[in-house]
Design a protein around this ligand. Sequence first.
Ligand code: IPE
Ligand code: IPE
Ligand code: MG
Length: 246
Amino acid sequence: MYTLEDVNTNRLPKHVAIIMDGNGRWAKQRGKLRVFGHENGVEAVRKTVESCAKLGVEFLTLYAFSTENWNRPKIEIDTLMKLLVASLRKELDTLNKNNICLKAIGNIHSLPPKAQKELSEVIVKTEENSGMTLTLALSYGSREELKQAIKEISFKVKNNIISLENIDEAVINTHLYTHFMPDVDLLIRTSGECRISNFLLWQIAYAELYFIDVFWPDFSEHHLVEAILSYQNRERRFGKTSEQLS
Ligand code: IPE
Ligand code: IPE
Ligand code: MG
């Protein structure tokens, strides 16, 4: 079993993003309702956040609810939102103790008022923390994020706030929900599914992808370390040749 000590902290991914998938199947395997899987997924979130903070990962972004997840049965959506509120309340002190700054990306205004209130409270109360930035992707969809950025930029061009010639990648970055974070270095998806499901399409352009056949509630420190070790064994060439890098 790998532990945090197995990681070479000199070559950590600066930004780890995780598609936390497989809660429903985890529950089904045990003859339980899907919501039982979500309830058990919370502990995996807690442990993963703690491990990443301990290692010194600077940015951890967790896909918790997608724009497409609104199409799920109402009872499941309600449970997920209740779990979100309860976890935020419960974890505030731990976030502060670990010097973690909480942020959220997505169409936050579409969340139930209670969730929005709890979220903004924790965001404000952890704002000054200088350690890891933990970002929850909630009601997040990459295409919606890009659409919204294109609209904002177009508005600014139309009103002569920026000129067409000055639109570059940096300008696009500043109009995304993720403007405060660097690109993703390591993207992990649990549950064995090998797809991106509308997550950070622009931001993962050069991310290392890691798909693992473990349902989210079973994802442990061992699996996290395994993913980071795999990342550290890869050569990130960014279009160059191997010889150019050495
Ligand atoms: C991930 O688990 C959690 C959310 C998408 C909110 P799922 O609920 O998608 O579980 P599976 O993929 O159906 O097993
Ligand atoms: C992606 O999982 C979204 C989250 C983990 C929050 P889904 O379970 O919604 O993805 P698909 O539908 O299998 O692609
Ligand atoms: Mg799923």
